[in-house]
Write a protein that binds this ligand. Structure first.
Ligand code: NAP
Ligand code: G4F
Length: 346
């Protein structure tokens, strides 16, 4: 059987890197869209990269930006993917209050640009939309596929738009398009300004004597935190179903930010109260107070279930940071950005 071809937007992000690993393991040819930056932004995937002149190479990178619809359509035509995993977004909720218009353009309209590219080219590919539990916002927990959305940020509102445009292209044009409504998922590859990674890095550095305190915002919010490496398996499973549908992916348990902080610091034998300071700059104008996902539909229809819960996640993330410190890399530099040259230079 010929290997399938996947196109991943956001391949340089946390989820993109785990998904690329998974698909390569499954024998796919993987094409990823990378946005041009003045510094390397491919550190999370450098371990997967092989010179494209190598006949064994199955990972290919292309420059592209979600704001550029012509380029998105051109890449769809060029790559001819069987499956498109649309993961790229301005994904930071706090930042979306500072950059609401840009967030709407990338996180919202970016989805339309890709779907419109699929419609215009007539490609018979399947499409995965990275929808988010942030769409539920103020809706009381537990949240499932039938819970009405009440977004509490420009990011959440952009994701609601993208969710509905995905459903609309499915209904209007018969595109095999699905929404994965993923609750928070974390890992040592998480961006360093999201709270779990920020706290894991801080706990390790404080233990090592490299800093004394970390500044945080709201400790009362509760999240359903799972492990990113497991969640990308659910994305793949969704696109293997005969009928396109939408699924919640979550652990079914929630913890407060305070509890997660406590778990990280306790793991290195520290009391978080001695090291955490409040800074109002990390508060949001409107907060999402409580998320707990009910992923029973994914369990019954996809056979998917989370196994890693927040306490284990806290330990594995802090251990990863301690390992980085022991190996002499700067925190956050888990893979030094040297090995993968920019796409045009290859
Ligand atoms: P992430 O680490 O922030 O990665 C985002 C990716 O999008 C990066 O590769 C980034 O490129 C790329 N990107 C951003 N703006 C772009 C643009 N204008 N054009 C092209 N690429 C652009 O996010 P993640 O945690 O992997 O999440 C993946 C997706 O799932 C996102 O859509 C996110 O909103 C959604 N989601 C995440 C979670 C979660 O808990 N992680 C939960 C629900 C939904 P650079 O590397 O150059 O920045
Ligand atoms: O880690 P966070 O920034 O993640 P948030 O806002 O829940 O968003 C993440 O999950 C969404 C899924 O629900 C994704 F769609 C989205 O792309 C992103 O991946 O913040 C978690 C909580 C918030 O309540 C925040 O107010 O932690 C609180 N918090 C407290 N102090 C902080 C901080 N958040 C950050 N980023 N930094 C702080 O210092």
């Amino acid at each position: 059987m010929t290997a399938k071809t996947a196109l991943i937007t956001g391949i340089t992000g946390q989820d993109g890197s785990y998904l690329a690993e998974l698909l390569l393991e499954k024998g796919y040819r993987v094409h990823g869209i990378v946005r041009r930056a003045s510094t390397f932004n491919t550190e999370r995937i450098e371990h997967l990269y092989r010179d494209p002149h190598d006949p064994e190479a199955r990972l290919f990178l292309h420059y592209g930006d979600l704001t550029d619809g012509t380029r998105m359509t051109g890449l769809l035509e060029q790559v001819q993917p069987d499956e498109v995993y649309h993961l790229a977004a301005q994904s930071h909720v706090r930042v979306s209050f500072d950059e609401p218009e840009f967030t709407g353009d990338t996180t919202g309209l970016g989805t339309t640009r890709l779907l419109e590219g699929i419609r215009r080219t007539g490609l018979p590919c399947r499409f995965y939309q990275a929808s988010s539990s942030e769409m539920f916002g103020a809706a009381p927990p537990p949240q499932d596929e039938a819970t009405p959305f009440h977004p509490r940020s420009p990011y959440g509102a952009a994701k609601v738009y993208a969710y509905w445009v995905t459903r609309n292209y499915r209904e209007a044009y018969g595109i095999h398009a699905v929404n994965g409504i993923l609750f928070n998922h974390e890992s040592p590859r998480r961006g360093p300004t999201f709270v779990t990674r920020k706290v894991a890095v801080a706990a390790a550095r404080i233990k090592a004597g490299l800093q004394d305190v970390v500044h945080l915002g709201n400790l009362d919010a509760r999240r359903d935190w799972g492990y990113a490496a497991e969640y990308v398996e659910a994305m793949w499973l969704m696109l293997q179903q005969d009928r396109p549908d939408d699924y919640v992916i979550a652990t079914g348990a929630s913890h407060s930010v305070r509890e997660f902080v406590d778990q990280c610091f306790a793991h290195v034998g520290l009391d978080w109260r001695d090291h955490v300071r409040f800074d109002e700059r990390y508060l949001r104008p409107t907060e999402v107070d409580h998320l707990i996902g009910d992923a029973s539909k994914a369990e019954s229809q996809l056979g998917w279930r989370a196994t890693v819960r927040a306490p284990e996640l806290a330990r594995l993330m802090v251990d990863a940071e301690l390992n980085v410190l022991r190996n002499g890399l700067a925190p956050g530099d888990q893979a030094a950005p040297t090995a993968v040259p920019a796409p045009a230079a290859r």
